[in-house]
Design a binder for this molecule. Structure first.
Ligand SMILES: Cc1ncc(CO)c(N)n1
Length: 216
């Protein structure tokens, strides 16, 4: 069994919870309030900037030239995704682009950056993988359902496409290649980071759904 299969199975329960979340069921049936989606888009801009930096750190720490190229390209891709999403959705949604990162966004991006800077390369990769993989799986599932709301349909088309799937497969390929050399203790730390950020993925949608804000 490839290590990536082990990773997926270790957080399959979290993925099931994500698919059932009212934010996502509301996207496909069109009942999600635009205010919740708008908050998600603004928070995702903050998120993607942090995610891009985390990928750039992985690029710097990568074991081979090819891996450095790969993660540097993915970092650039995350910045481009942030800009594209903004261009595609900001006119239609009255976005509060000055809103700061909410507690969940800050916690998630801080965790990604701390792990990519401070733990091993494999652990950093374990932490960023759910961002790639859960999105691709969610995008693929939602693509089959689409949405009666044209804005939501446009967003779904951006993440459900084959292009994003190829990016995910490349990152999983690096994980499976390096996993064979990992000691058991490091493998379990990779699994732990992977589960933690999978949970943050659920929390990220939930925060927009709740219109999370700083309590004081
Ligand atoms: C919260 C979150 N996770 C993953 C992705 C995919 O890059 C994204 N855009 N936002």
């Amino acid at each position: 069994m490839a290590f990536s299969d082990e990773l997926w199975d270790s957080a399959a329960d979290v993925y099931t919870a994500i698919r059932a979340h009212p934010f996502l069921t509301g996207l496909t049936d069109g009942t999600l309030p635009h205010a919740a989606f708008g908050q998600f888009v603004v928070q995702d801009s903050h998120y993607l900037r942090g995610y891009a930096r985390a990928l750039a750190v992985l690029a710097a720490r990568a074991p081979t030239e090819d891996d450095t190229t790969l993660f540097a390209q993915h970092a650039a891709g995350a910045i481009a995704a942030e800009q594209d999403m903004h261009a595609a959705l900001s006119d239609a949604l009255a976005l509060d682009t000055d809103a700061p990162a909410t507690p969940t966004t800050l916690a998630y991006t801080s965790y990604l950056l701390a792990t990519c800077h401070g733990a091993s390369f494999a652990e950093g990769l374990g932490a960023v993988l759910p961002c790639y993989w859960i999105y691709a799986r969610v995008g693929e599932a939602l693509l089959g359902e689409s949405s009666p709301d044209p804005l939501y349909a446009r967003w779904i088309a951006m993440y459900g496409g084959d292009e994003f799937q190829a990016v995910v497969d490349a990152a999983l390929g690096v994980m499976d290649r390096i996993a064979v050399d990992l000691a058991p203790a490091e493998r379990s730390r990779v699994l732990e980071h992977y589960r933690t950020t999978s949970r943050y993925e659920w929390m990220f949608w939930d925060a927009a759904w709740r219109r999370e804000n700083w309590p004081v």
